[in-house]
Design a protein around this ligand. Structure first.
Ligand code: TRP
Length: 345
């Protein structure tokens, strides 16, 4: 066995607190994204070495038409920065700017089995929704995601429950790689602050706010004040409780959950008391919620617009992010090629 091909001994210097996450550029940023994810990124960027990536390559698995891609990527960049993500603190970059990702993805594909990929829930869902486009990229989506994460040798991945299976697969690929070629990579795990992950309910009284359905129940940062008002006023209520201290129906509880995100404690207390006393007026409550929502969301919309109007700034952000991410990628890929014996001279 050649020197390069010998397994690297278990490496005590594996990085253990690098944060990496990906953001899909399909759809606009909404309130659920903010309270469920972005707000945590903003806190993490002060406490960890962070890599936040716009997953433009992943979007090709389901959106092969790239006509709107550039605009979508710019908007997602601008919206995240307006929400507090700081390209000076975190490395904020586009997936397609790191060419090595394709290389690492290729190596990892040899360690990923067809059977396990076919069993992935997200693959089965997407294959069912689009039987005319069940492409190999869709099948190996979790492999590409693994390449994103381990490209920076990250161990902490702030994602929601829907990504758990992908991370479990990432750990399997990492274990196989490390076993075969040497301990290069830490195992990636979902990472969030101890508090429960906040679920932002939709305005229609069911489920959570999501961007897949562009409907009245989701509040987007791109919505203007009147749209926010209209959506909030349409939220499902009823004629009010008929007995004191009643149990709140789900859809009313959801409205209170939304209030807790943006309204003052006094306001929430007042309406809770009104509910318990059967004097609540949902029309007034929703008017208040709409105005407080606007106070919270409008400045972010304004900031997004300012950033979008300054293309030179966005280009600079992308270039700087690409440069920082590429430095990290180059280091990792040197280790990988050495470990795999793909260094011929
Ligand atoms: N699959 C993730 C999603 O659907 C996006 C993503 C791409 C990602 N690469 C990643 C998330 C790396 C975490 C780490 O939201």
């Amino acid at each position: 066995m050649s020197e390069q091909h010998k397994k690297v001994e278990k490496n005590p210097n594996l990085p253990s607190n690098i944060v990496m996450s990906g953001i899909r550029p399909t759809g606009m940023v909404h309130l659920g994204n903010y309270f469920g994810a972005i707000r945590n990124y903003v806190r993490m960027q002060d406490e960890f070495e962070c890599y936040f990536m716009i997953a433009d390559l992943h979007s090709l698995t389901t959106h092969p038409d790239t006509k709107t891609l550039k605009d979508n990527v710019r908007r997602v960049l601008a919206e995240n920065i307006a929400c507090g993500l700081d390209p000076e603190k975190a490395t904020f970059y586009c997936q397609s700017h790191i060419y090595e990702t394709g290389e690492l993805y290729l190596y990892l594909n040899m360690l990923a089995y067809k059977g396990e990929l076919e069993k992935t829930v997200t693959f089965k869902d997407k294959a069912r929704q689009h039987p005319e486009n069940v492409n190999a990229g869709l099948l190996t989506y979790p492999v590409l995601q693994t390449a994103d994460i381990i490209m920076h040798r990250a161990s902490h991945v702030p994602v929601g429950k829907d990504q758990e299976q992908h991370l479990e697969m990432a750990r399997n690929f990492v274990v196989r790689f490390n076993h075969r070629y040497g301990e290069i990579f830490p195992e990636p795990h979902a990472f969030n602050y101890n508090e429960q992950l906040i679920k932002v309910p939709g305005l229609d009284g069911s489920g959570k706010m999501s961007k897949s359905e562009n409907n009245m129940s989701t509040l987007y940062f791109a919505d203007d004040d009147d749209t926010i008002r209209k959506k909030v006023m349409k939220a499902k209520t009823d004629s009010g409780p008929t007995e004191k201290n009643a149990v709140m129906p789900d859809y009313i509880e959801n409205i209170f959950m939304l209030m807790k995100l943006v309204c003052s404690e006094d306001v929430i207390k007042k309406y809770e008391t009104d509910f318990n006393e059967c004097t609540i007026r949902y029309g007034d409550l929703k008017k208040q919620l709409a105005e407080d929502m606007i106070s919270f969301m409008a400045p972010i919309r304004q900031k997004t617009d300012d950033i979008l109007a300054n293309d030179a700034y966005l280009v600079e952000v992308m270039k700087k992010g690409a440069q920082k991410a590429n430095e990290s990628a180059a280091k990792t890929m040197k280790l990988v090629r050495e470990a795999m014996g793909l260094n011929y001279f």
